[in-house]
Design a protein around this ligand. Structure first.
Ligand SMILES: *Cc1c(COP(=O)(O)O)cnc(C)c1O
Length: 390
């Protein structure tokens, strides 16, 4: 097999999706799976759908187009406010987009009318992360205006947490978000002259069809995985947008593993191109002489001031090197655009050996986007009954 490559265990992704879907079901919350960290890879997206995700979302239109062209027919949502220059592609590729700018909504509406379509709008509201979002005080006016624009249909409201700032969702924020959702729902109902815009959620009050309560950082607040108590009443929320929790099985804020989920669905495999004992500090043109028997492969322990080091054919051009976990017994020395230098305790490493590396979110995202890293999927039809984790 070619290296470098990223190996993707589709069965583990399916399993993780199924676990969170089942945990959220009792609360009336569906899962929209977010594919941006895997660049809209169709096989991975299908595993998420097989696991019970009700739709797919991505921040980039190219990734949504990739899903659509692969024949995936579930609802597709653009979760980044569209660029004005891409509105016609948005209309073609997806059913719904998240929006924070009225001017862009007008452009979407115009493009939708030209295409003979109606495009669905979800308004993202600012809840403290201070990245994208309509300020809560401006929401009602925008809601009322969007309802008058033909070519678009206001479908719901969304909140986002802990992307730019490490502000996780708390009970107060969720209560405020629920209130905003309730107000939007009432406006929508009045606008339609009937009682409900069709939420399936059995709660008091009128809510929009989509009330999306955040990303993976919202998950621990809603569900009680074995070790964690649910802290936040979901109230109006009927959707979460989950990427990292499903793909990597961790909580984004802390990096802690979520009990019951696989954290090893992705393995980045790189190849050793050099393996030598070298001085830790370069002291000038006179190098310590290393004889044939002293070669690391022969089991010699490096002397004082030396280390056994391997170069992997992988660098910053491929991934976020700092986001990789090396196999135990290996330590990162440093990296450049095309070389990763690691110090190894092992005496058995040789040139040509493959080294498995575990990527975090940032490393995964960049590896999936890197053209020279091969993407290899496996375990397409897993026997889920046989899954177990420790
Ligand atoms: C990336 C993103 C998500 C998914 O985030 P995860 O932490 O991977 O679950 C959800 N919503 C928005 C708006 C995003 O940009």
């Amino acid at each position: 097999m070619r290296t470098p490559r990223i190996e993707v265990d589709l069965g583990k992704i399916l399993y993780n999706t199924r676990q969170v879907v089942q945990q959220l079901k009792p609360y009336g919350i569906g899962v929209t799976a977010v594919t941006k960290a895997v660049c809209g890879h169709p096989d991975i997206a299908r595993a998420m759908l097989d696991g019970g995700a009700v739709g797919l979302a991505d921040a980039r239109i190219e990734n949504l187009e990739r899903l659509k062209h692969a024949g995936i027919s579930c609802p597709l949502t653009l979760i980044r406010t569209p660029m004005p220059s891409e509105v016609s592609r948005v209309i073609q590729a997806c059913d719904t987009s998240y929006n924070t700018e009225l001017d862009t909504i007008y452009l979407l509406a115009q493009s939708a009318r030209q295409a003979g379509r109606v495009h669905d709008i979800v308004l993202m509201v600012e809840m403290g992360d201070l990245r994208e979002g309509i300020m809560p005080g401006d929401l009602q006016q925008i809601v009322r205006e969007v309802m008058t624009i033909s070519g678009v249909q206001l479908k719901g409201i969304a909140a986002n947490f802990a992307c730019l700032n490490a502000t996780g969702p708390d009970a107060a924020a969720m209560a405020m978000f629920s209130e905003l959702a309730r107000h939007m729902g009432q406006d929508l109902a009045q606008n339609r002259g009937r009682n409900s815009s069709g939420t399936s959620k059995d709660v008091a009050g009128i809510f929009p069809e989509i009330v999306s309560g955040g990303n993976s950082t919202s998950l621990p607040g809603f569900v009680s995985f074995p070790c964690e108590a649910a802290q936040i009443q979901p109230e109006a929320v009927n959707d979460l947008r989950l990427g990292e929790a499903i793909l990597l099985g961790v909580q984004p804020l802390t990096g802690a593993a979520i009990k019951g989920l696989f954290t090893d669905a992705f393995t980045l495999v790189a190849e050793i191109i050099e393996h030598k004992v070298k001085p830790i500090i370069w002291t000038g043109p006179v190098m310590p002489r290393i004889t044939a028997q002293d070669r690391p492969d022969n089991g010699v322990i490096p002397g004082a001031g030396q280390r056994r080091q391997s170069i992997l054919a992988l660098g910053y051009q491929d991934t976020d090197i700092r986001g990789l976990t090396l196999p135990s017994g290996n330590r990162l020395v440093g990296a450049t655009s095309d070389h990763l230098v690691m110090e190894s305790d092992s005496k058995t490493l040789v040139v040509g050996a493959e080294i498995p590396l575990r990527p975090n979110y940032s490393a995964l995202m960049r590896a999936m986007a890197a053209g020279q890293i091969h993407k290899v999927t496996k375990n397409r039809k897993p026997d889920v009954a046989k899954f177990h984790y420790s």
